[in-house]
Write a protein that binds this ligand. Structure first.
Ligand code: FAD
Length: 622
């Protein structure tokens, strides 16, 4: 095995990850660090400018309250999120993000993000909460501001270092360990507080895409469950691990539908032209009270479409041509204005994809789709873990100090592990924060982490660094030891390569935990069998082998995914009801049970054991 240099970095605050939440945390923490003579270090496995879910750009900012202008109230946002999550949400966290989110958006604009404005200079709304942007360079702009703030405060950004896991000093987090994805270097970070913001997880379930298209999924493939792994291994309590997100998107290239539904007011229909949202309305009574309040929760909207597919009415379609025509019809008496309007709408339709999912534009072009002439297929994607979007999975974090909430134990956004904070996709039960809310929550976590450091200004001990190094690099050593024993290093009885390991994980999840192949349905018996198979996979994770640092990263990504998978399966099994049909359906418990299960399900992994528990939902009085 090549000799790996050990690089030790000592800092006050460590930020693991470089996405929207990390950028927010960096901006805020750098400011407070400078004032207090502290040092912040941010570590990203990729290049900060283009990393995370916003890497390719976005066409809308999905959370903007417009509080000062009186567009919306914070209370309405809290109610909206609670309703969309079928009653299971932490109002205190949602409220806290909502009251800070406009500040982040105004900073984005100041930093140079082009936000669409109308003739009165007001932001153009896509829907009630969303605003339109020219967002191809969104992440670059936000990262640049964070870099400037960090530079100004004498802080460091380290790119292309993959964080494997936490280092603990008893009950307190002492930092993290990882390795360079480019050089033979093992990294150990020692910090007084750590913010784990490494996004959610994709490729835990088998994607619809196969062969050369394998990496294509709705959720960009950069995030592999590292936040969940990190917080679980640090002994932190997790919540809502059952709330996966399944978006319905344009089929195969996963293009966004938000602009079509909200801006263009398009309808979704079955192959025979029926509008499932209208024709299957009666089904919503079964999911009262949530099914009867508008906006109808995302999972229920999915579910009505899935019922059509189950009934043989698929494929489903977005009626793009009809929507464009309707909008242009307002100008039909003036041929010149009509032509101009049609051109504008066509441009907007294509730009929506070019801003954030170029591959959808390519797919349309290569399959002769003209959105103004024909409808276009949509489908439910495979499940993802993205607590900042319409899922809810993440760590159980402390609520803000000044808000009346039963969920409070000190510093805002600190997990139940001392000194460990999280935000964005990392913090659970507070969905619908999206890019802007993740940034705002990151800022809040950054400030609170600095406050923690000022109150706990000691450096925790690192313990046995050599043992961590051996653990992190073990797949390299295994490959070196055994690869010559077979003629093809891909096949070897002594090890498993990361790609094959991932396929095995995805097959288990797809077939037993309600993925695409099982039409998102599962049951107690399937889940129990899935857990048996996951236990064997867990055993075999000790046999992962890597031919170089590139594969070493792939090995650890898959270990992280496997832990996310287990937390998910255990939580679905524990919750004996179906609450989010359209995300998953427990066929053995097909109904929602408000009396027994209107609660959070939290889990921890401590001393080699999983513990599951119910936690009451205490709504804020709004
Ligand atoms: P991310 O921004 O994804 O950042 C995660 C970071 O962690 C990355 O820098 C990554 O490189 C790093 N990382 C991961 N693992 C490791 C590791 N092991 N070691 C070190 N670093 C690591 N929001 C909107 O407002 N509008 C939209 O239109 C919109 N559309 C979306 C479309 C898609 C397809 C997706 C996936 C999300 C969309 N969102 C949208 C939501 C938004 O992107 C997320 O809410 C936001 O990016 C979450 O921020 P985060 O910091 O938690 O994660």
């Amino acid at each position: 095995m090549p000799n790996f240099e050990t690089v030790q970095v000592t800092t006050d605050l460590l930020i693991c990850g470089g996405g929207m939440a990390a950028a927010g945390a960096a901006v805020e923490a750098a400011y407070w660090a400078k004032k207090n003579g502290l040092k912040v270090t941010l570590v990203d496995k990729a290049a900060f400018d283009r990393s995370g879910a916003v890497a390719m750009g976005l066409s809308a900012i999905n959370e903007y309250i417009g509080y000062a202008a009186g567009d919306n109230s914070l209370e309405d946002y809290v109610k909206y999120v609670r309703q969309d999550l079928m009653g299971i949400a932490r109002d205190d966290l949602v409220y806290n993000i909502a009251r800070h989110v406009d500040g982040s958006v105004h900073l984005f604009e100041k930093w140079g993000l082009p936000i669409w404005t109308d003739e009165n200079g007001k932001f153009v709304r896509e829907g009630r909460w969303q605003i339109m942007i020219n967002g191809e360079s969104y992440k670059v702009i936000v990262a640049e501001a964070a870099k400037n703030a960090m530079k100004d405060a004498g802080c460091d950004i380290i790119e292309r270092v993959f964080i494997v896991g936490p280092i603990m000093d008893g009950e307190r987090v002492a930092g993290a360990y990882g390795f360079s994805t480019r050089e033979n270097k093992f990294y150990v970070f020692n910090a007084k507080a750590t913010i784990a913001v490494m996004g959610g997880a994709v490729h835990v379930f088998r994607p619809r895409s196969v062969g050369e298209g394998l990496g294509r999924s709705w959720y960009p493939p950069f995030n592999s469950g590292s936040t969940t792994y990190f917080t679980l291994q640090a002994g932190a309590e997790m919540t809502c691990q059952e709330i996966r997100f399944i978006p319905v998107r344009f089929k195969d290239a996963y293009g966004p539908v938000g602009a079509w539904f909200l801006l263009f007011k398009s309808r979704a229909t079955s192959a025979t032209g029926g509008e499932y949202m209208a024709e299957r309305k009666a089904e919503l009574n079964n999911w009262a009270p949530y099914g009867l309040v508008k906006p109808i929760p995302a999972n229920l909207r999915n579910y009505l479409g899935m019922l059509d597919v189950d009934a043989g009415l698929g494929p489903l379609y977005m009626e793009t041509a009809e929507a464009i025509q309707k909008l242009a019809d307002a100008f039909k008496d003036d041929p010149k204005a009509f032509k101009k309007k049609m051109k504008t709408l066509e441009n907007e339709a294509w730009e929506d994809f070019l801003d954030m999912t170029c591959s959808q534009a390519l797919l349309w072009a290569s399959s002769n789709i003209y959105p103004e002439q024909s409808r276009s297929e949509i489908a439910a994607c495979e499940p993802y873990f993205i607590g900042s979007h319409s899922g809810g999975s993440g760590a159980w974090v402390s609520g803000p100090e000044d808000v009346s909430t039963p969920y409070k134990w000190g510093y805002g956004n600190m997990t139940t592990t001392k000194g460990l904070f999280t935000a964005g996709d990392g913090s659970g039960a507070s969905s619908h924060k999206f890019s802007s809310g993740s940034h705002a929550e990151g800022r809040f976590a950054g400030k609170e982490a600095v406050r923690f450091i000022l109150d706990n200004n000691t450096l925790p001990a690192l313990g046995d660094v050599e043992a961590l190094k051996a653990k992190a690099l073990a797949p390299l050593a295994r490959f070196e030891e055994f690869s010559a024993l077979s003629t093809d290093p891909l096949l070897n009885p002594n090890y498993i390569r990361p790609m094959q390991f991932m396929f095995r994980l995805q097959k288990i999840m797809d077939e037993y935990a309600g993925g695409v192949v099982s039409a998102f349905k599962t049951s107690d018996k399937l889940l129990e069998r899935g857990l048996e198979l996951l236990a064997m996979l867990q055993d075999d994770s000790g046999k992962l082998a890597a031919n170089g640092v590139y594969e070493l990263e792939r090995c650890w990504e898959n270990v992280h995914r496997m832990w996310q998978a287990e937390a998910h399966v255990r939580t679905i099994l524990f919750r004996e009801e179906t609450r989010w049909p359209g995300y998953y359906f427990r066929a053995d418990k097909p109904k929602m049970d408000e009396a027994n299960w209107k609660c959070f399900v939290n889990c921890t992994f401590k001393d080699g054991k999983w513990e599951m528990k119910k936690v009451p939902v205490v709504p804020m009085d709004v």
